[in-house]
Design a protein around this ligand. Structure first.
Ligand code: CO
Length: 199
């Protein structure tokens, strides 16, 4: 099976060079992405493909259920590099409907370490218990929790000191919240964009 992947890789690289002989040479010198994507690890939500961007155009961080936990060194390192060094213009938190991480966070089953990772989602669910409990259908309820989770992560990113410091020095930066639909391939902009510190 891995031989298939290597053959795929050779064919892909050949196609890229056939289309643009300087493509890899240019990228080797420098990456200049305008966007940081914070998305779910789910294999059905491939960042570059969804927004049709080429290598070099999207800086990507993915984890289970697209979290931006303020104490997670991995996420924070990505965020700092994206904001301070790459100077991306947009951070996009992208959830997806039907997220297994969201469902697992609130189904009451014990799985181990992942239960701890998903803890912030249970906090979001707790904060919105009234709204969520009014949604009878489990899938619809979890899809709403997907949206609420994205909004919380947008809040986390936009209140992070790296982002606040970028705004303080006049760097243009927006933080957006989207939810992707596996059913249609389309993103739903939650219209929760933050472009400046909260007053
Ligand atoms: Co997911």
């Amino acid at each position: 099976m891995l031989d298939d992947l290597k053959a795929n890789n050779r064919a892909w690289a050949d196609r890229m060079v056939a289309h643009d002989p300087e493509f890899f040479k240019r990228l080797e010198r420098q990456q200049g992405p305008q966007y940081l994507w914070i998305g779910c690890s789910d294999s059905r939500v491939p960042a570059n493909e969804i927004v049709d961007l080429a290598p070099g155009e999207l800086f990507v961080h993915r984890n289970v259920a697209n979290l931006a936990p303020p104490q997670d060194a991995n996420y924070l390192s990505v965020l700092q590099f994206a904001v301070d060094v790459l100077k991306v213009r947009h951070v996009i938190v992208v959830g997806h409907y039907g997220c297994g991480g969201i469902a697992a966070a609130v189904d009451g089953r014990r799985r181990g370490l992942i239960d701890h990772w998903l803890h912030p989602i249970r906090e979001v669910a707790e904060d919105h218990r009234e709204e969520l409990s009014a949604i009878a259908d489990l899938h619809k309820r979890n899809d709403r929790l997907c949206e609420l989770n994205v909004m919380r992560q947008v809040h986390n990113v936009s209140s992070d000191v790296f982002v606040l410091d970028a705004w303080a020095r006049g760097q243009p930066l927006s933080v957006h919240g989207w939810v992707y639909s596996l059913a249609t391939g389309l993103v739903n902009d939650l219209n929760v964009t933050v472009r400046a510190p909260r007053a």
